[in-house]
Write a protein that binds this ligand. Structure first.
Ligand SMILES: C[S@@+](CC[C@H](N)C(=O)[O-])C[C@H]1O[C@@H](n2cnc3c(N)ncnc32)[C@H](O)[C@@H]1O
Length: 216
């Protein structure tokens, strides 16, 4: 049973078209975060891992010791190249200093409040080794993004399947996306307050790519 997102959202997110899209775009996104050269023994946690394509891509790149945590698990999965834990990213069931890298990709806005994102960041800082890094991808506000999102929410049979399913997701989560776009800049203050610092933040058309490291 789903504990986080609605049934309509889950159906769109797990559609074959969006799954294929995630499988083909993650290699580029993870390269952009600097995750293309695995060091031996690197231990990775992906918070809000969803159906796990980021971890599958890391496994294909040569990373081992991969862990995923999410409120929900997909209803059907084959064998996965990572260890899956059900749980809340704001209360991680892992020991302090357990991971070399923690990821949270396309999911900050799903935490639905700045307080909950603050808990996620504080927990990420706690489970990171002093030499570790937290890597984040999410939307940032721009006129371009707002216009594209408005177009994508129109039900149009001429759109490719991936766009139609993404539009379904957007319609379902439009309130949290609107909230996030109005508030995403608060992330910088929350990162500081959690004992991390933003080491690098670059932007593409749709997403920012952020690397944060522990303040020692
Ligand atoms: C847009 S999906 C992103 C999934 C994955 N990171 C990806 O890029 O495909 C958002 C995910 O956040 C998860 N989620 C929402 N709130 C959460 C929480 N408090 N703790 C853990 N996972 C959460 C949802 O179950 C969903 O799988």
């Amino acid at each position: 049973m789903s504990r986080g997102e609605s049934a309509a959202w889950q159906e769109a997110y797990h559609s074959d078209a969006l799954k294929r899209r995630r499988e083909t775009t993650y290699a580029r996104k993870l390269r952009r975060l600097g995750l293309d050269a695995p060091a031996p023994g690197t231990r990775t946690l992906d918070i809000a891992c969803g159906s796990g394509e980021a971890l599958q891509t890391l496994a294909a790149t040569g990373y081992g010791d991969l862990h995923g945590l999410d409120l929900d698990a997909p209803q059907t999965t084959g064998p996965e190249p990572f260890r899956r834990t059900l749980g809340d990213g704001g209360r991680l069931p892992f020991a302090a200093g357990a991971f070399d890298q923690v990821l949270c990709l396309h999911a900050l806005h799903h935490f639905r409040s700045l307080d909950h994102i603050g808990e996620l960041l504080a927990e990420s800082r706690r489970v990171l080794k002093p030499s570790g890094a937290l890597l984040l991808i999410d939307h940032f506000d721009s006129c371009y993004l707002r216009a594209i999102f408005r177009l994508m929410q129109i039900r149009c049979p001429l759109y490719p399947a991936a766009v139609r399913h993404f539009g379904d997701q957007l319609r379902d989560e439009r309130e949290i996306v609107a909230w996030w776009l109005a508030n995403w800049r608060a992330l910088f203050g929350l990162v500081d307050a959690s004992g991390l610092r933003v080491e690098r933040c670059t932007r593409g058309l749709f997403f920012f790519y952020m690397r944060c490291t522990p303040v020692l």
